[in-house]
Write a protein that binds this ligand. Sequence first.
Ligand code: ATP
Ligand code: ZN
Length: 645
Amino acid sequence: MKVKLLDGNIKEYQKPISIKDIASNLGVSLGKSVVGAYVNKIPVDLDYVVEKDIELELITNKSDDKYDLFINHTSALLTAFAINDIFGAKIAQTFYKKDGEEFAVTFEVEPRIGLDELEKIQNKVNEYLANNDKINIEYVDLETATKILKNNEYQLFLAKKQFAELNYVTIYSLNNLKIVNIQPIITDLKHIKAIRVQQLTGSYWLDDAKNIMLQRVHGMGADSLKELNSKIALIEDRKSRDHRTINKRLNIFGFDNLIGAGLPLWLPNGVIIKDEIKKYLKEKEWEYDYIQVQTPIMGTVDLYKTSGHWDHYREDMFQPFNGGRGSEEQFVLKPMSCPHHVSLYKQEQRSYRDLPLRMAEHALQHRYESSGSLTGLERVRAMELTDSHIFVRPDQVKEEFKNVYKLVQEALKGLKIEIDYVSFSVRDPEDKEKYFQDDEMWNHAEEELENVLKDLKLNYTKMVGEAAFYGPKLDIQIKTAQNHEVTISTIQLDFLLPRKFDATYVDQHQKLQRPIMIHRGLVGTYERLVAIILEQTNGILPLWLSPTQVEIIPIGDDKNFEYADKLRDKFKNEFIRSHIDLRDERLAWKIREAQIHKIPYQLVIGDEETKNNTITYRQYASEEEITMPTSEFITKIMKEIKERQ
Ligand code: ATP
Ligand code: ZN
């Protein structure tokens, strides 16, 4: 049998041979440093026996990312063994999330374990490492696996899944416990030097809220203590930059399970930020000749059947409901406004002179995202999209697409958003379920869009299978503090919906023609946008977006407090948002407080200021104190706000 190595070399073996023996056979040092392998791109353990022709990639303790993957799967498995050992818990699943640099183990146990018990798990895991315990591997058929795992429905489910994919089930055991772990591990524990068990959360089995709520322990593994510490530092840093952490200081949004997961409450500070951004975006839309429309947050199921959402997008929608009173009518909460906007377009017979018709709506929409994917404001179930649908003639597509791109670019620039990359998302022609089937339409739309991108001289990454069901799109991608890649703005080309709704315009020769639709999310949803802004600014909002722009700190006697009140009124008259700190604390403490809350201007009001009708300010993160007449300060700050600094 032939084993083809990564460098193209081919080795021949006469009888079945394990990965470990192949590595030793290739070189003594390779035999020592090998930890696992990929056989035909599927990861396997060292004990895996090769019986037929394969392609082989050996993973050694120098293989960085892939080595890290093996370490963390092994660490997860050891943690699972420990949780079972100590609490007799039923182990459900082990994971490794590469972008979070974390492993996790989900399990079921009665009574549930508490945070204070993490230390016990940690000690047990350390014990396994110190003893250099041996993990055993068996490769069995489904029947044997079913016997071994009969008391654990989670493991049985995973065993079946593995068997369906690989035609064998891998059972790992330590002491008396046997676990299926789909990802391979490093059996020789000397390659793992440090594991940190560090967090306890709840999670639904398979991340589905219909399933039982399990407990989940998180952790990290590394090949040295130094590496582990630097990973922990990285995670800590990410956590501190996470918009959910920043929100604790700034009070922008909240959630309540009684209202429902993923349904955000915008607190007063959040509403200020959102309204300011909205004002800005509507001004930009005005500049680019958009009209503003408003449509309801629901529609009939028939509307979404007509648009095709019912066939291709139903999974992501809240399920239908009726209005009551014995009515048969079925409604859904809208996941997108596109069908509503086509309907608005059709309220009149449009002519070629009416196009492009640019319809904007800052629209509430609802999507039933999986509970496991909900992430603060970044991924929610109720959201307001900076949406638009533009109806154009075929000869206007290119020009208008460029126009839209320019607007998106300007808006992002105005909000100082840092872009990661631009993705040209096309359909996966094999995916018959997700995409509307019409090869000619797709080829045409994708070609048309790609030409525009070339004209724009854009650097883009082509992503297959990321298109919307009705057409290709241009997505603007951002990297979040948690290293997630998310879309902020999106521009999509659509030949389908106008056809489905029979939307038309009258051309120069009085003939009916079909318009083309461009869907555009200017800066995505306000929810995701605010999450991104908080993370990219680390909560240090620009003046124009700051909920409190000026913190007034009066010191000394009453007349200074009265003067502070007058100042506040003056600011209020000019729509400058200020707040007086009346707390009975020392000046240094109040200034520190204002700094923690990232307030752009702090005014200290003492006898001199009151007497001279001046103010003394210092800016966020600056030590410098500047005194100027009040009127001059108001002119200065109003100018800065107007310029959206
Ligand atoms: P994603 O791939 O992020 O789920 P999508 O491709 O389904 O998004 P679109 O239908 O293009 O997204 O939605 C437009 C924009 O709305 C996205 O670019 C994103 O900014 C935002 N968005 C989509 N889903 C959510 C959500 N669940 N929570 C917050 N914002 C969202
Ligand atoms: Zn749309």
